[in-house]
Ligand binder design. Structure first.
Ligand SMILES: [Zn+2]
Length: 333
């Protein structure tokens, strides 16, 4: 554990083959835990050990240490699976927004996020072979979430809060607000008094956050980043993975630049091949010609989302030719 700001501690909870999750403890007499992390036994054991360390360290300074609540940033299984165990062991109230509560309620609601449509097929024509592949992919994801994240659903939280609300933590006002983009139900937590933002998975320091179908949406994501840029007195961003961000302005502008650059790359590629059209894979080959497989998988997710956004903005249109989805520019008169 580490004290990243007076009274705010981070526990870096390690997952199996996954990046570590940052779980923040806002210590005080009416404290809160932001984000619930993994649900696997090993991860939870580590969490409770670190939590005790925080308590000891805090009480040594003759300060009252009472954590009363836990909240989740969004409905991904590496961010809510610890809810039940942590709340039962530490006697905390689980507070969630309606949307997050609905997403993590049970298998049916959770998997509805990954349901099949041509968007989820990553803009590939749904041939019989593709249908089998989709089935295997869903099975693989199920195993991954269970085995790696320790997936654990929650059928009802103790309290539902509005996704635009103010909560009092240790006597201070913290604002909760929706921040869709990475996923539709994502929320952030902000204190204007301290200039501190808990950004969940939307803003990370070292790399771009994952944006992919079917849950992510680039238009929403850009709106969220703009919203964060307009937060008054923002000094520090505490993300759900990786290092803390002490230069929020530069980090947020770099994200905006990257989004614009990517949009331009895809649109230019389509305009330059307007005669024959381009499939998502053609675009991927143009933008990431020699990259590693993993980069290409992540890159393809983002290309698909960008195509969807350009299509929604009436800048491109699709045609199906020989079992391939091809994109063409729409001429602006
Ligand atoms: Zn996530």
């Amino acid at each position: 554990m580490k004290e990243v700001y007076p009274g705010i501690f981070v526990i870096e909870e390690k997952g199996r083959f996954s990046p570590s999750d940052n779980i923040y403890v806002l210590a005080g007499n009416d404290g809160l835990i932001y984000d619930a992390g993994y649900g696997s036994k090993k991860a939870l054991r580590y969490f409770f050990k670190e939590f005790k360390e925080i308590q000891k360290y805090y009480e040594k300074q003759n300060k009252k240490f009472k954590i009363t609540r836990i909240i989740s940033s969004h409905g991904h299984s590496d961010h809510f699976s610890g809810l039940t165990s942590v709340s039962e062991t530490l006697g905390l109230k689980i507070i969630l927004t309606e949307k997050i509560a609905k997403t993590i309620k049970d298998k049916v609601s959770f998997e509805a996020n990954f349901r099949s449509d041509d968007y989820e097929d990553f803009l590939r024509v749904r041939t019989p072979l593709r249908k089998i592949w989709n089935l295997l992919r869903r099975l693989g994801m199920r195993l991954f979430f269970r085995g790696v994240h320790g997936l654990s659903y929650l059928d009802h939280p103790d309290e539902i809060i509005d996704e635009n609300s103010v909560i009092i933590i240790n006597g201070e006002q913290w604002k909760i607000f929706p921040s869709p983009g990475h996923s539709p139900e994502h929320i952030s937590l902000y204190s204007e008094e301290n200039g501190i933002l808990f950004s969940g998975d939307n803003v990370l320091k070292m790399r771009s956050t994952w944006l992919g179908p079917p849950e992510s949406n680039i238009t929403d994501y850009i709106e969220t980043i703009k919203k964060l840029q307009n937060l008054p007195k923002l000094k520090l961003i505490l993300p759900a993975h990786g290092e803390i961000i002490d230069n929020p302005k530069e980090t947020l502008s770099a994200i905006m630049e990257r989004m614009n650059e990517r949009k331009r790359q895809v649109l230019d590629a389509i305009k330059n091949h307007s005669d024959r059209g381009l499939s998502p894979d053609d675009i991927l080959n143009l933008i990431y010609p020699n990259h590693k497989k993993f980069t290409r998988i992540i890159g393809r997710d983002w290309v698909v989302l960008t195509l969807k956004m350009l299509e929604d903005n009436n800048l491109i249109k699709r045609e199906i030719r020989k079992n391939k989805i091809l994109f063409f520019p729409i001429a602006i008169n």
